[in-house]
Each structure stands twice: as C-alpha cells, then as structure tokens.
Design a protein around this ligand. Structure first.
Ligand code: GLY
Length: 404
C-alpha cells in the first residue's frame, strides 16, 4: 500500500523543485556562427565592384547583393557589418575593406539633411570604426553628423522630424517614427565626446515624447506619430510600413526595444528601462510557434504572411543589452534566453542563407505595403544578427552569463 503514497509524494517534490528552479540557460554556438558570418563576408568582399556600391538586399530568386549608393538609408550597414566582422576575426583584409567602405559615406554630409537616418548611416559605419580604431577624422565626422541630425529637432513638439518629405506628401506636418529611436545614440555619443551638450537634452526629449505618443497603452507601437507644428500636440498615430494604423509592425516593436534599452544605458533613467521591458514583453508574448515574428503581428494572412528575420535580429540584439541592465535575476534570464532563442532559430537552415545567396540570413521583410523586399535577404538583418552574436560572445567570454 505504502508505494501508492510514496510515488505521488516523490512526484510532488520533483515538481516543486522544477517550479522553483531558475529557467535553464539557453545556449548557442557563437564561435561557429561568427565563423559562418566572417567567411560569408570574405566571399561578398571578393565579389563587390567598388566602395560606392553598398549591399542592400537579395530577392528570393537572386544569389548576389543588389547595391545602393551612399545616400540610401541602409548605406551604413555594410561598412558597420565589416567593422563587426573585423572585430570578430582580426582579419586584415576585412579591416582594409571596413575602412574602404566607410570612407565614401562622408559624402552623406555634403547634401542638406533630409531624414533622421544619419545615425543608421553614419553611426553604424563611422561609429563602429571609431570604437575600434579611434581615428580622429571619424570622430570629427560623427560630431558633424550629430549637429546635422539635430537641425531636424522641433522644440515645440519635442522630437526630431523623421521624414521631412512626408510633411507635404502625406500631410504629416511634423512626423516622428519609432525607427528614429536608434538614431539618438549618435546624439548621446556626440554630447559625451566633445560635441554640443544640448544634444543630450534633444535625445532625452525625443525619447520621452515618443514614449508618450508612439507607444500605445498596451505597449505595442505605432510606426508614425503625427504632430501639429503650431502648438506641438499629437494629432494621430499611423503606419507607413506596417499592416494597419493600429497593428503591431514587428520591426517597429524591435526598434523600440533596442532604442529604449540604449536610452537607459545612456541616461540611467529607469522609465526608459521599464519601457524597453514592456515593449519586449509584448514582442515575446506575441511570437508565433516557430519563434520568428511575422512581418506584422496583426496581418490577417498569418500563418501565410511573410516573416521578418530582421525584426528578430534587432530584438535579439536589444534584449541581450536589456538583460544586462535589468536587476531582477529571473527577468535577466528571461530577456537573455528570449534573445538567445531568437538567435538560435535564426541560426537554423530555415533562416540561414548558407550557399543560397551572399547574405547571412533569409526571410526578412522591408516594406510590405509597398511590395518591396518581401521575404528577402536584407543587409540590416545581417548587421543586427552579427551585432547580437558579438554581444552574446562578449557575455559568454566574460563567463558570467548567469549573473549578468
Ligand atoms: N525605416 C526603417 C525600416 O524599414 O525599418
């Protein structure tokens, strides 16, 4: 008879120990994935024509990069990716190419600033270059870039004008997009590295006003906030690249996670950290069964809608940082494991391009409503994938994943 009672008690003790245990640490073979990236970078370098042509995308029926010029908003990702690949490998040829592809981007500042993307273009390229090489010319250019970006700031609204061209075209008198959060890093950097200290306040004001307007009460995000220029009031939240005005565009949510985490790192303002967590929670909770987001969480075509590997890569890189700053141990593990899960799924044959094309990853979506870059390889997916691998590698090398 006794055995009947003993077994359930053992089971209870076992279940109890499971429920109080910390979640298991997720793992990923970062060395082999970094090696994969470095080898693919070397192959692309060997095939590219010149430094004025920068890889942007590869469509499903293609094998090689389609290129853009320096004024395209994605121009900084290829040189930025080269800097990360150099950091990962120490390879002298990659360093030479990182310098070579960074140099022409100085021409971005030769024309009047007409969008918020200067951070993407110049901080990913010159910013990573300066971090690694400390070239004073890179430093000067970054300060100029920050001053130029700041000219788009409207003090009445309290944010940077993201898309000047959309004022007339869309009747959006002052518009600010969630993507713009990433470009604040250039302003923070400049304010702390010899630039105008006011750049810091501009970045903080922008982040706070965006928090009030681009983030909905359920912590999903609008893509675009439209403001009145006379008194700065918020008119409406709309979309440009998402499914609908009230839907959750996946990459927008990941820009938010990444951007507010970076704002906390730069300011130590806890409201930014809390916001990053809230955005990450929504992102994690809405992930589909295979763990990689559809391009918009609310596309009614799901499960037949395209995926967006770039949103996964941006969110993974952002959540690795977030896991460092959150104090609660369980939450640290939660965000770190969520990031590693995303990276692990991206690192499977389903999402790796392997020998299918020159990129690292398949299945990103750039601008679905426009019909462009759907289910494609896109350079910023590769950039943030490699950045996340580097962040994870540094965390692993520090040997204190569990306690960070
Ligand atoms: N506008 C930047 C993006 O497509 O995410």
């Amino acid at each position: 008879m006794k055995i009947i009672y003993i077994i359930p008690i053992c089971l209870l003790v076992f279940l109890e120990s499971c429920s109080t245990k910390q979640p298991a640490e997720a793992t990923l073979d970062t060395d082999s994935m970094l090696n994969y990236c470095v080898e693919k970078v070397k192959m692309s370098i060997a095939d590219l024509p010149d430094a004025e042509n920068l890889p942007r995308n590869i469509y499903p029926d293609q094998k090689k990069w389609n290129k853009v010029g320096i004024h395209d908003w994605t121009s900084g990702f290829w040189p930025g990716l080269l800097w990360y690949a150099y950091e990962a490998s120490g390879d002298a040829t990659i360093l030479k190419n990182a310098e070579k592809y960074t140099a022409p981007l100085k021409g971005v500042l030769d024309v009047p600033v007409d969008n918020h993307d200067l951070g993407f273009m110049l901080f990913c390229s010159f910013g990573n270059g300066y971090r690694l090489e400390k070239d004073p010319a890179y430093h000067d250019l970054l300060l100029k870039a920050a001053d130029s970006l700041a000219t788009l700031y409207n003090p009445t609204v309290g944010t940077i004008l993201s898309w000047p061209a959309m004022r007339e075209k869309m009747n959006w008198p002052h518009n600010t997009i969630i993507d713009n959060m990433i470009n604040l890093e250039l302003l923070f950097w400049a304010s702390k590295n010899g630039g105008d200290p006011e750049l810091y306040n501009i970045a903080v004001n922008h982040a706070k006003r965006s928090m009030e307007t681009l983030i909905r009460s359920d912590y999903s995000t609008y893509h675009v906030a439209v403001f009145d220029t006379t008194d700065g009031h918020f008119i409406k939240g709309v979309t440009h690249q998402g499914y609908a005005n009230d839907s959750q565009w996946a990459r927008g949510q990941s820009w938010g996670i990444y951007g507010y985490t970076m704002c906390f790192k730069e300011t130590q303002d806890k409201t930014f950290l809390q916001t990053a967590q809230q955005l990450a929670d929504v992102f994690i909770n809405r992930l589909p069964a295979d763990g990689i987001p559809y391009w918009d969480f609310d596309d009614p075509e799901i499960p037949n809608a395209p995926k967006d590997a770039s949103a996964a890569a941006v969110a993974a890189s952002g959540m690795l940082e977030l896991s460092k700053f959150v104090e609660d141990k369980e939450l640290k593990t939660k965000y770190r494991n969520a990031a590693i899960d995303l990276m692990t799924k991206l690192s499977t044959p389903q999402y790796l391009s392997g020998d299918k094309n020159q990129a690292f990853l398949l299945h990103s979506t750039g601008h679905k409503p426009n019909g462009t870059e759907i289910d494609a390889s896109i350079i910023y997916a590769d950039y943030y994938y490699l950045e996340a691998l580097m962040r994870l590698k540094k965390m692993q090398d520090a040997g204190n994943l569990a306690g960070m």
